[in-house]
Design a protein around this ligand. Structure first.
Ligand code: ATP
Ligand code: MG
Length: 557
């Protein structure tokens, strides 16, 4: 690597390489528990671990931390794979499972018993907690702590053989009940769970704890730098202790601050509640912060990578404004999304002086940011749709768009002037009657007269009908978990986070749009074709056009 390291972790690694640690090797991993879909926080960890492996020409593993059979499912395993792949993190042939190491872990557990460093304990989960003590007071030793090696081996073997009910015994490391770090006070290594595991089936009824499984799995895979979030800092002494007792390859654990975002909950447990209780339509509902949802909504991996670079990697907990993520997204979509004309809330317009059967085609620019995308033809005819809010019957002073007697430009086409409004019994506009000026073809008046607004439109007879889903933030508060004592964070769910528009009119070039395609509807935002599309297409609004982040930045500077 020629460039200077970009963050403190890369600095540590660059130094390790210089010192010849691990023979100069770099090997990282992403270790998800398959108990839910990955979220944008996980994306940070994935891109960090993968990015480091790339920068240092090392390797990157995907390892499922599947030690908790009751909460884990194959659906999640598959979803995780799709998401990591989509983010561009390539694990090549290194897809691993902690459950593949169960036998080795068990053998190592017997080894620790034989060295007098682990024992079978009959205390219940509540008793173990009670005996553990607090930060201020030391713990008490379990009455089972001094069982003989023979008895411990016999009991562990019988635990494995299924002789004991759930919760009746655990295997614990024998470390120090007065240790200032609570994690070192004889932590649990195995629990009894008569449960079916999504990979090992009924083969096991004892399952390793996170602490017992994680470091040893890292070691088995030859991981050099085990990068995780700050909440594991207190677990590092235990991580190190197990590896040292076993005398096996010893990766270095390094912690960084997790990603937090405003208006977002970032815990699989809470996301699962949103799904199970029907607050959203599923894990990949575009309002969710899951990677699957962001993809469905129209996010690009490039935008997420750009965002992570802006956020950086530190040891300081912080909350990042979601506007920053949206800023990265807009920057990327601006470069890649083709512009299209679409009317989301249509108002019919009849051009009274336009020949009944005439159709013209106008050349429209696909993307001004990328001339290589060329142009397309957009048909124009006597009956059009415009956006309902581009017209006002009694406009205030600062409204420059269409109004009775007022002239505006139709994008790429002509100047039109509103001469009459057809209304329903309640006085709502049903249809506008306009005249056009043939001399303004292409959008400018030869006599030099100006209009103050240019609006978009779609030819009625050529329009494609579509459903458009508009999303607002899922929560009404920047910190959704901020609720008064005794109240639920779910009270902060925004009841209006989804607005469905059924009668949208799109220009005909969108007829072939496929699920996942991203476009900009001019003046309306970025949109993405949803997989729910049938003969009638469904579009998700990815993000609108107003860059609130840029504005926030200007204000702060
Ligand atoms: P959650 O707390 O959201 O349920 P988790 O930490 O239980 O997530 P795991 O599957 O155990 O989920 O996490 C896999 C990896 O992703 C871990 O190394 C963890 O440190 C990392 N990770 C989880 N959340 C974040 C986050 N918000 N920012 C950065 N990394 C994260
Ligand atoms: Mg976890």
């Amino acid at each position: 690597m020629n460039e200077a390291p970009k963050d403190f972790i890369r600095e540590i690694i660059a130094n390790d390489i210089k010192m010849g640690k691990y023979g100069g090797r770099v090997h990282t991993r992403f270790p998800p528990e398959p108990n839910g879909y990955l979220h944008i926080g996980h994306a940070k960890s994935i891109l960090l671990n993968y990015g480091i492996a790339q920068d240092f020409k090392g390797k990157f593993n995907l390892r499922y931390d599947d030690t908790n059979p009751e909460k884990e499912e194959q659906e999640y395993v598959d979803a995780i794979k799709r998401d990591v792949q989509w983010l561009g993190a390539a694990w090549e042939d290194r897809e691993f499972y902690a459950s593949d190491y169960f036998e080795q872990l068990y053998q190592w557990a017997e080894e620790l018993i034989k060295k007098g460093q682990a024992y079978v304990c009959d205390l219940s989960a509540e008793e173990v907690t009670a005996y553990r003590g607090t930060l201020q007071t030391p713990g008490r030793e379990s009455p089972y702590r001094h069982r003989s090696i023979e008895e411990n081996l016999d009991l562990l073997r019988r635990m494995r053989a299924g002789e004991f009910p759930d919760g009746s015994k655990t295997l614990r490391a024998k470390i120090d009940m007065a240790h200032p770090n609570l994690n070192m006070r004889d932590p649990v290594m195995y629990r009894i769970r008569h449960a079916t595991h999504h990979r090992t089936g009924e083969r096991w009824c004892i399952y390793p704890s996170y602490d017992w499984a994680h470091g040893q799995s890292d070691s088995i895979e030859g991981i050099t730098h085990s990068i995780c979030t700050l909440e594991f800092e207190d677990h590092r002494p235990l991580y190190d202790w197990f590896l040292d007792q076993l005398g096996i390859h010893h990766p270095q654990q390094i912690e960084f601050a997790r990603l937090n975002l405003t208006y977002t909950v970032m815990s699989k447990r809470l996301l699962l509640q949103l799904v199970q209780e029907g607050h959203v339509r599923g894990w990949d509902d575009p309002r969710m912060p899951t990677i699957a949802a962001l993809r469905r909504r129209g996010y690009t991996p490039e935008a997420i990578r750009d965002f992570m670079q802006r956020v950086g990697v530190t040891k300081v907990e912080s909350i990042v404004e979601i506007e920053m993520l949206e800023h990265s997204l807009r920057q990327d979509l601006n470069k890649r999304a083709l512009r299209r004309l679409a009317v989301l809330d249509p108002l019919r317009v009849v051009i009274t002086n336009y020949p009944d059967d005439q159709i013209e085609e106008f050349e429209a620019i696909n993307n001004p940011e990328d001339p290589s995308t060329g142009t397309r033809k957009v048909p124009f005819s006597k009956v059009l749709y415009i956006e309902r809010d581009d017209f006002m019957e009694n406009p205030p002073k600062d409204f420059y768009r269409l109004a009775p007697g007022r002239e505006v430009r139709l994008r790429y086409a002509y100047f039109v002037k509103c001469v009459d409004v057809v209304k329903d019994a309640q006085g709502n506009a049903l249809e506008l009657r306009c005249t056009y000026d043939p001399a303004t073809r292409g959008g400018d008046a030869p006599d030099g007269r100006k209009v103050k607004a240019t609006i978009h439109w779609v030819s009625a007879q050529h329009a494609i009908e579509a459903e458009v889903r508009l999303y607002e933030r899922l929560f009404t508060k920047p910190d959704p978990l901020d609720v008064p004592e005794g109240r639920s964070w779910k009270e902060n769910i925004n009841p209006n986070s989804l607005i469905v528009l059924q009668n949208c009119k799109l220009e005909p070039s969108l007829a072939d749009a496929q699920a996942g395609d991203r476009v900009q509807f001019e003046r309306k935002g970025y949109f993405c074709v949803d997989p729910d599309s049938t003969a009638k297409k469904v579009f998700n609004r990815t993000v609108d056009l107003k860059d609130t982040w840029a504005k926030l930045q200007r204000k702060q500077n």
